[in-house]
Design a protein around this ligand. Sequence first.
Ligand SMILES: Cc1cc2nc3c(=O)[nH]c(=O)nc-3n(C[C@H](O)[C@H](O)[C@H](O)COP(=O)(O)OP(=O)(O)OC[C@H]3O[C@@H](n4cnc5c(N)ncnc54)[C@H](O)[C@@H]3O)c2cc1C
Length: 449
Amino acid sequence: MTAATTRRGIVIGGGIAGLVAARDLAVAGVPVVLLEAGDRLGGQVRRHSVGGIELDAGAEAFATRTSVVADLATELGLGPDIVAPEPAGAWLYSGDGRALPLPATSLLGVPASPFDAAVTRIVGRRAAIRAGLDALLPVRVGASSRTLGELVRRRMGASVVEKLVAPVAGGVHSTHPDELLLEQVAPGLLAALAAEGSLARAVRALRGSAIAGSAVAGIRGGIVRLVDELQADLERRGADIRLGARVDEVRADGVLVGGRLLSGVVVVAAPGLVAPAESRTTTLATLVLDSAELDSAPRGSGVLVARNSRVRARALTHQTAKWSWLAERAAGRHVVRLSYESASPDLRDVARTDAAELLGVGLSPGQVLDFATVEWARAVRRPPVPGVAQVGEAVAGTGLASVVAQARAQAAGLLGWLLGGPLRGPRGRGESAKPKSRSVVPGKENNTE
Ligand SMILES: Cc1cc2nc3c(=O)[nH]c(=O)nc-3n(C[C@H](O)[C@H](O)[C@H](O)COP(=O)(O)OP(=O)(O)OC[C@H]3O[C@@H](n4cnc5c(N)ncnc54)[C@H](O)[C@@H]3O)c2cc1C
């Protein structure tokens, strides 16, 4: 479908959110300018090369709780390259220094079977019995919870929250379960509780027989291929992509970039531009290792670390055990990625010793074939500013599934407003025509540009 408008869409920020919003506008025939402050597109999705192996430097998977990212990848021709992680399962490194397999089926650490031996090993027998009470409690208990922590505490007890859900959900969202809103991180869980009668059965219903510790998929060659394809698609559609274009200010009639006013309908995909954005840092340390002991993937796809443990890393991913395409690329070497809350000059050694401890193997300095670190700032979610079309992590929450869904909904709403009258979504998905929040209304397009 092509838009009957000559109004220009100006998208600020070339991360996934901006790219997706820009593409949906362009698909509908809206002329698009994409302004990115940096020298490349993708934001937190980018590649790097460690030991000569090209791999994701940021996001490496997407949540499959909805099909939104898979749908996008399929539209971009990447459908055949969507891959499931290897069915190895994930582990937990407990506060008292034990490595324990995570329960076979869980949702953000909420177990589908409280009496599973893996749950008992992690939380202890008494806490497992308390968790089992979930099956007997009236369905109304916890039914009005706002956060994941509150729901699990009420249905299964505090130990399950702290020892199981906190490390697993924290590994995904870097936030304690008491701050994770159910509607955002586990939509459908309360409805499933009402339908199934217990939290464990609700998890079972939602997860089926999913793999331990993960409900994600990846893309052969890296998530970064989404950026490559979005950029190529935008270019094919004639979008005007400007790198090194930092927007200084959003105005009623457009945006100020490099002291010049660019007029059009604005979509803000850059955190911190229309409202102060708090951010938290994550440092990733990637090690390429020569270790036959790791061939058997002793900790499956990786290890989540309990808060009160002596290991500094928050999580470890054994990437070559998780993704077969990467194992092929690594040709016998192992790629391990650890995440930290802060950087330090001795990170190479810290990461090596943490990896040895978490994986339960010996790792000498000579076995580290290469090492790379990347520091990231991630926007903390805040309420949107009224009257401005905003997309991206700061308003949608972290993770590609949330970011892509919100960007597409905003683009569809904006298109409805731009074109007037009822509108089917850019892909004819019949999305609402009404903008959720309206962009700054463009003024007369007689300005400098
Ligand atoms: C280490 C790491 C691992 C992750 N792993 C996963 C994962 O496995 N799965 C998952 O789903 N999610 C993961 N995430 C989260 C996910 O990558 C992000 O939620 C998502 O990429 C955010 O996209 P965004 O477009 O909202 O923001 P960003 O990617 O931050 O993009 C914002 C863009 O705006 C630009 N910009 C900023 N200010 C201006 C300005 N004034 N003018 C013009 N441009 C500007 C920036 O340069 C940037 O390119 C991970 C994140 C990190 C850091």
